[in-house]
Design a binder for this molecule. Structure first.
Ligand SMILES: Nc1ncnc2c1ncn2[C@@H]1O[C@H](COP(=O)(O)OP(=O)(O)O)[C@@H](O)[C@H]1O
Ligand SMILES: [Mg+2]
Length: 301
């Protein structure tokens, strides 16, 4: 059973905004999957539908084979959710927040206390168990959100922009923690607009733009795709760029042009084609790291 299976999911809000325009998505068991997209792409809407905060307009959503239209409570039992916005009671104590959450799942108080201790210790919050949540630092609040999401031992953890506005040190610690959780068998879906986060943690990613998935692939393939580098090529004279078909070139002046090459892979190929096109190379150098720019380019496709 796939933890998440989504077919032709659409959402139009009451104000007419089409936030999702027919999403198809499968997250297999054990995966670490990213939903990558800019603000307003539709990420939170999709998470909201999975977790029951947003009603879908049409389409089919299954969580471990359970259709959310037929049994959303059952689907929710199997997931843990870390929402984008902090939403716990600021006056409640840390431990109580965890225990009340357990109550929603019908977990007996003693078990909730025992499990809560393990989770709070693991997230370095045990010393704060009696503190009101409003007194926690920003990083501790984030960890509390995760701790709360783990109390029902979910097989699927969903995080909506878990590291937005989080400092570097905490971000690295959170990556470690999530990677470990995934290694232990928890399937993870997260949304982010940080490419770096995806590269560091995720196995697969779907790039979402204006309510549509414009690309979905293994992260290693996506990275290869954006690992294209633009080179500035100087030749004695640019004669026939059209003879370099298959390579993406942009003319600069009569002695130079730009070419996009996938790192290392096609360099030899390019040089021999240049030679057979009768152009004499005088210099070639990378234009610089444009990783982020290229990522934006995919988004704009
Ligand atoms: N409750 C709402 N009512 C109307 N429009 C909404 C609502 N929530 C989100 N939207 C709109 O839906 C689109 C997708 O938003 P959202 O899912 O929050 O994107 P993301 O999480 O990727 O930033 C945006 O255009 C946003 O303005
Ligand atoms: Mg969002």
């Amino acid at each position: 059973m796939n933890p998440i299976s989504i077919h032709q999911l659409k959402k139009t809000y009451a104000n007419g905004v089409q936030a999702l325009k027919g999403i198809d998505l499968v997250v297999p068991s054990g995966d670490f999957f990213a939903l990558l997209g800019a603000n307003g792409a539709g990420k939170t809407t999709m998470i909201g539908i999975l977790t029951g905060l947003v009603n879908k307009t049409s389409g089919k959503v299954q969580v471990f084979g359970v259709d959310i239209d037929l049994d959303h409570p059952r689907a929710k039992e199997m997931m843990g959710v870390v929402p984008q916005e902090m939403n716990f009671n600021m006056f409640e104590k840390v431990e109580d927040i965890i225990i009340s959450q357990a109550g929603y799942y019908g977990i007996p108080r003693e078990k909730a206390q025992a499990d809560g201790e393990v989770i709070l210790r693991r997230l370095n919050l045990w010393d704060k168990r009696n503190a009101q949540s409003r007194t926690l630092s920003g990083g501790m609040k984030r960890r509390l959100m995760i701790a709360r999401a783990l109390i029902n031992h979910p097989k699927l953890l969903i995080l909506d922009e878990p590291t937005a506005g989080v400092d570097v040190e905490l971000r690295l610690a959170m990556w470690d923690f999530l990677r470990e959780l995934n290694r232990q068998g928890t399937t993870i879906l997260l949304t982010t607009h940080y490419l770096e986060e995806v590269e560091q943690m995720c196995r697969q990613a779907a790039i979402i733009k204006n309510g549509e998935i414009i690309k979905s692939d293994l992260v290693k393939n996506l990275v290869r795709l954006i690992d294209q580098e633009t080179y500035v090529v100087h030749v004695e004279k640019v004669t026939s760029l059209d003879r370099l078909n298959g390579f993406k070139t942009t003319l600069i002046d009569d002695g130079s042009f730009e070419v996009e090459l996938t790192k290392n892979e096609r360099m030899n190929d390019f040089l021999s084609r240049l030679n057979s096109a009768g152009m004499v190379l005088t210099d070639i150098r990378p234009k610089g790291n444009r990783l982020e720019k290229l990522f934006l380019k995919i988004l704009k496709q």
